[in-house]
Write a protein that binds this ligand. Structure first.
Ligand code: CNA
Length: 260
C-alpha cells in the first residue's frame, strides 16, 4: 500500500539527514515543469511529436542519411531552451551540493538545467549540446556557432570540409559518456536519488543497481523495474517531483524563493 505523502517526505528527510554521499540520477521528468517535454510521460514527445516512430530523431543512421528531421527538432529545442529556467528540484539538488552532501549528478538530460541551477559536478551520460562535431573532419564547433548556422541554413555544415555538424548528444547506438565515472559515483553513494526517469534507456537504467546503500525513486508515470528490482528501492515516491522536493525542503530550507 502506498505510503501517505507526509510519511514519504519524513522518510526522505530522515535519509537525507543520515546521508553523507548523496548522488542523483536524473531524467527528462526533472525538466517537465520547466516546460521541456519528456519522451515517455503523458505529454511526452513520443505522444505529441506527430512523427511516426519519433525515436528516429536520435537515430544515428537516420541522421547520416538525412539530418533534416533531427535539425527540425533541434531548432525547436534550442528556441525552447531560451525561454526556460531550472525547476525547484534542480535548485534543491544544487543546494545539496553546496552543502557538501551531494557528491555528483548523473543526468540523462541534454538541457543544461542542472548547471544553470548552480550544480558543478554533473556527468552528462548522454552528452550535451554545448559543442558539435563535424561528422567528416571531427572539427569542434561551439553551441553558439552551431545555433547560428542551424537558424541560417537547414543543415549546419563545417566551414572547412562541408561535413554535417552533429551536436555532441549521444544518439541511439552510440557510446554513452563518462560511464566508468558514473558507475563509481553511484557505487560510492549512500543515498541515490533516481528522479524523473522511466529507467528504460540502458546503460543509464543499469546504474541504480550499483547503488551503495539506499535508493529513493521519485517518478510519477511509466517506470521500468527490469533493471532496478522493486525490492532494491528504499522509497518509491509516485508524486510530482517539484511538489515532493518542495515538501522535503520545508524540513531543511535550502532553497530560497528567488534563487538557489
Ligand atoms: P522518459 O523516458 O521520458 O521518462 C521520464 C519519466 O518522468 C516518465 O516516467 C514521466 O512520467 C516522469 N515524469 C515527467 N514529469 C514528471 C513530474 N513532474 N513528476 C514526476 N514524474 C514525472 O525520460 P528518461 O530520462 O528516462 O529517458 C531517457 C532519455 C530522455 C534521455 O536520453 C534524455 O536525453 C531524453 N530527454 C531529455 C530531455 C531533456 O534534456 N530535458 C527531454 C526529453 C527527453
Amino acid at each position: 500500500m502506498p505510503q501517505a505523502f507526509d510519511e514519504q517526505v519524513t522518510r526522505c528527510a530522515a535519509m537525507l539527514e543520515q546521508a553523507q554521499n548523496v548522488v542523483l540520477l536524473s531524467g527528462a521528468g526533472m525538466s517537465t515543469s520547466a516546460g521541456i517535454p519528456d519522451f515517455r510521460g503523458p505529454n511526452g514527445l513520443y505522444r505529441t511529436a506527430g512523427i511516426a516512430d519519433p525515436e528516429r530523431i536520435f537515430d544515428l543512421s537516420e541522421f547520416s542519411r538525412n539530418p533534416t528531421l533531427f535539425y527540425r527538432f533541434h531548432r525547436a529545442f534550442l528556441t525552447l531552451l531560451d525561454t526556460v529556467r531550472p525547476t525547484f528540484a534542480h535548485r534543491f539538488f544544487a543546494a545539496l551540493e553546496q552543502k557538501g552532501i551531494l557528491k555528483g549528478i548523473v543526468t540523462q538530460n541534454i538541457d543544461g538545467l542542472h548547471q544553470r541551477a548552480g550544480s558543478s559536478h554533473v556527468l552528462e551520460i548522454h552528452g550535451g549540446i554545448e559543442t558539435s562535431t563535424c561528422v567528416r573532419c571531427s572539427r569542434t564547433y561551439s553551441r553558439e556557432e552551431t545555433t547560428r548556422k542551424a537558424f541560417e541554413t537547414d543543415i549546419p555544415r563545417c566551414d572547412f570540409c562541408g561535413g554535417v555538424l552533429k551536436p555532441d548528444i549521444v544518439f541511439f547506438s552510440e557510446q554513452v559518456r563518462h560511464l566508468e565515472e558514473c558507475v563509481h559515483l553511484v557505487k560510492t553513494s549512500d543515498l541515490l536519488f533516481v528522479v524523473g526517469s522511466s529507467l528504460t534507456v540502458t546503460p543509464a537504467a543499469l546504474l541504480p543497481a550499483y547503488a551503495g546503500r539506499d535508493i529513493v525513486v521519485v517518478n510519477r508515470g511509466s517506470l521500468s523495474f527490469d533493471y532496478l528490482p522493486k525490492r532494491r528501492i528504499s522509497l518509491l515516491v509516485e508524486e510530482d517531483i517539484d511538489a515532493f522536493f518542495k515538501a522535503v525542503d520545508t524540513r531543511f530550507s535550502l532553497v530560497s524563493e528567488n534563487g538557489t
